[in-house]
Write a protein that binds this ligand. Sequence first.
Ligand code: GLU
Length: 482
Amino acid sequence: MIVRTRVAPSPTGDPHVGTAYVALINYLFAKKHGGKFLLRIEDTDQARSTRESETAILDSLHWLGLSWDEGPDVGGPHGPYRQSERSAIYQEYVQKLLDAGHAFKCFCTPQRLEEMREAQKAAKQPPHYDGLCLTYDAAEVARREAAGETYVVRMNVPQEGVCVVDDTRRGPIEIEWRTVDMQILMKSDGLPTYHLANVVDDHLMEITHVIRGEEWVSSAPKHILLYRYFGWEPPALMHVPLLRNPDKSKLSKRKNPTSILFYKAMGYLPEALVNFLGALANSTAAGEEELMTLAHMVERFDLMHVALGGPVFDVAKLDWLNGRYLRERLDADAFEARVAAWGFAPARMKRIAALAHPRIERMSDLGNLCGFFFAGRLNYPVELLRAGKLDDDALRAAFALAQAELDLLREYDLAGIERVLKGVAESLDKKFRDVVRAFYIAVTGSPTSVPLFDAMEILGRDVVRERLRHALEALGKKEKTA
Ligand code: GLU
């Protein structure tokens, strides 16, 4: 058997270090066994998927040194590798399920579903579809269709017994069928949901081992059932723990930068980051001081050593490792070249110079004016934040609101950034000017600088998010009044 693994990111946001972590494990396993590693884009969520995110994910994984044998950018015999281009395939397979009675058309209106959910909530039941449309006979279904009623296709799920998920690393996991919802497989617009597309694609792309994050364990019964319904041999399943913050909570961008773009922007070396992720994945690597290349990691990889304990993404450790790579693995010339390519790349410098140009008297003013473009954590005194017109509560509210809104921007560009900050001023009933001043300090470290929105665009969403987080941290928690 030729091992075939895949990583299947959904392009709905920044390239997450967790995606890189899962991709790396799949890559190492495939390469260790002389197999193939694929990349598939799971963009079934049309509203949230963007090409910008897809490109950032592919670029970031490439930057880390990962490559795939088949994928949307490199092609391959099982393409297309983007689910939005495979709709006809899914329709064919949904029809097979319908014909065999393994799936059914559900005509329930959003209103009925809402009422059902409310009733279940009141009865302290987990939300689930109650199976009404499953009771309709063929004539009733035909009548509703002829009347133009819209429908989704749901999966027929047994309500009794237990599904045993045979996880390669964890062993059997038992999940009761009654806890498994009658999943929607195809939406009313004829497009598939994740579950259907994922199973059909893993089968057609001949994936032998599905290695993915543990958040998918509860979906495994649906997938196993679909394999059974189609009469297909399921791949080996393995669920790996999610990365954690040092406080053991799930790694989240509210507490820790999670975007690969952030680490790139902060001057981490890809070989250090990939080494760090590889060490996290290997439960036998604790305390090892050796620097490991990707090739070295492939050689040493053992699926049975993949950590099960919720690996902690500890930035202090990454810093230490990155420092070693910078000092021990780069000679003076290589270091200089990497620095130049990092923050001083010509296209970036051109934009920064253009912003500074109208504002300087001497070229040496650049350091003070533009140093923040090349800095990590800014060292401004918190009093500077407080010296403006906004009190602590307003500052906290402004930064927190902006953080959330900036994350929602599909395009992180000048117009979007300005819109968000205007919206923040409006919803807090503050002067735009006063809000902008506070952001100047949080983002550039100074009350005046080059134009703020341009600076935010150049710094990028991840660095700005981190600076707002620092500003919030500097302000401290709201004092509790006794
Ligand atoms: N698209 C899913 C994700 O973004 C993939 C899950 C899987 O690997 O099956 O995590």
